[in-house]
Design a protein around this ligand. Structure first.
Ligand code: PLP
Length: 442
């Protein structure tokens, strides 16, 4: 029952995802509405969205074109089965996504989330090798501190310990990991890609030596990791991963769930870095988060190999009831239309130096041990409070929220990734609030 006095409903039934449920329910933060760069909470307070929700509302909140497209769609065709059946919107949305993917990755499989996109990409990698008579290639290589969602495939190739340990007996059996690339000793306060660490990609050669290339299906990495605390690829790192995977016939999957759709100032991180993988996982900004949607962009030869080698009938035994859901497809088409019309990727690119300067102006602020940035992303790492890692960022998050700025934090790193429509004075508000909060933090 709703507690009318405080605008807060009964909170007990909902088991909240990735949340300290007990703590939250003592001090709830409830959002009521959103427009442009701002949320409004249930008490009417405005909060600057410095995180695009969860790295997903790239075009800003409440875009009328998307609202109109979804409502038109729901009153015309609310749902259409996607198995042995279709509707025009799914094909149009696939073509629109393909058009902004790197050259050659023009086959699109729709999912509902990043986690599903990751599991889909892993399965397609296996199906591809099998289609070519290399069904023994079943091993995946992920990376420490990688985040690939929460499916069993995603946590197996992922490298975030708390996400894995409770389920460790049930992870995929044939997975190995590269080291992560985060190194404050060499790279603290890097602007853009760090100079040190490209050689860490050579570990892949060691893993190939250990397991033999003939057992390895794919390597999956985030070209820039967000959820693990904004980890940037050192110069040359992604290029080396590409060269080694290519040499050994191993597929390279870039998990672009947060980097695609303008975050770095280009349609994809692949385009931004000039390194083209074999598969790209997508979600979040694909629909501006208005309707859950994800996708995998697949190199055409991979698609053709699986399709052409199959016996008559279904070629890939995989798919979701809501793959290509009409509402999601309408949202994707409207979202991509806004990105193109408003040139939001180019806008992010243009704004990135201003954003970088504002982020690095925090250097010297109390507790700050590193600032790193790329495109419209910044990570601000704090010294751990002795005996209480993560406590400072948690407190900074709460105080900034109270002062009307929404941040994300992972461990001791604050992450900001605002919508691509952010204005310069909002950039100042964002980093100014962080600075004043950190200066007073124990
Ligand atoms: N992959 C990456 C790189 C992500 O950052 C995320 C979510 O943040 C996911 C996968 C999982 O996406 P979802 O939460 O939509 O399942």
């Amino acid at each position: 029952m709703k507690d009318k006095a405080s605008n807060i409903p009964d909170l007990s039934s909902l088991w909240m995802p990735f949340t300290a449920n007990r703590k939250f329910k003592q001090h709830p933060r409830l959002l009521a509405s959103a427009k442009g760069m701002y949320y409004t909470d249930v008490d009417g307070k405005q909060i600057l969205d410095s995180t695009s929700g969860l790295w997903c509302v790239n075009a800003g909140h409440g875009r009328q074109e998307i609202i109109d497209a979804i409502s038109r769609q729901t009153s015309t065709l609310d749902y259409a089965p996607g198995f042995q059946m279709g509707h025009p919107g799914a094909f149009q949305a696939a073509a629109a996504v393909a058009a902004i993917m790197p050259k050659g990755l023009d086959r699109i499989f729709f999912t509902n989330s990043g986690s599903e996109s990751v599991d889909t990409a892993l399965k397609i990698a296996l199906a591809y090798h099998r289609s070519r008579g290399e069904g023994q290639r079943t091993r995946f290589i992920g990376r420490e501190r990688g985040y690939h969602g929460v499916g069993f495939g995603g946590i197996s190739v992922g490298g975030i310990t708390p996400n894995r340990k409770a389920y460790s007996g049930a992870l995929l059996p044939s997975v190995d990991h590269l080291s992560h690339t985060h190194d404050l000793e060499h790279n603290a306060f890097s602007r853009g890609q760090p100079a040190w660490g490209g050689h860490l990609a050579d570990q892949l050669e060691e893993l190939v030596n250990l397991h033999d290339a003939s057992t390895i299906a794919a390597v999956i990495v985030e070209p820039m990791a967000g959820s693990a605390g904004v980890l940037l690829p050192p110069k040359g790192y992604l290029e080396r991963l590409r060269a080694i995977t290519e040499k050994h016939g191993i597929l390279l999957i870039f998990d672009e769930v947060i980097t695609a759709f303008g975050r770095l100032g280009a349609a994809t991180a692949s385009e931004f870095f000039g390194v083209t993988p074999d598969l790209i996982t997508l979600a979040k900004g694909i629909s501006n988060a208005s309707v859950p949607c994800g996708a995998v962009a697949i190199r055409r030869e991979i698609h053709d190999s699986v399709i052409d080698s199959a016996a008559d009938g279904i070629e890939l035994f995989h798919g979701y009831t809501y793959s290509g859901h009409p509402l999601a497809m309408a949202a994707v088409l409207a979202t991509l239309g806004i990105y193109e019309r408003d040139k939001l990727f180019a806008r992010a690119h243009k704004l990135a130096p201003r954003f970088e300067a504002a982020a690095h102006a925090l250097r010297g602020t109390r507790h700050v041990v590193d600032i790193r940035n790329l495109g419209l992303v910044a990570g601000i790492e704090l010294a751990s409070r002795p005996g209480a890692p993560g406590a400072r960022t948690a407190e900074a998050f709460q105080t900034c929220f109270d002062r009307g700025v929404l941040l994300r934090y992972t461990g001791d790193t604050i992450a900001v990734s605002p919508p691509l429509i952010i204005e310069e004075d909002q950039i100042d508000q964002l980093f100014g609030t962080i600075k004043s909060v950190l200066e007073k933090l124990d």
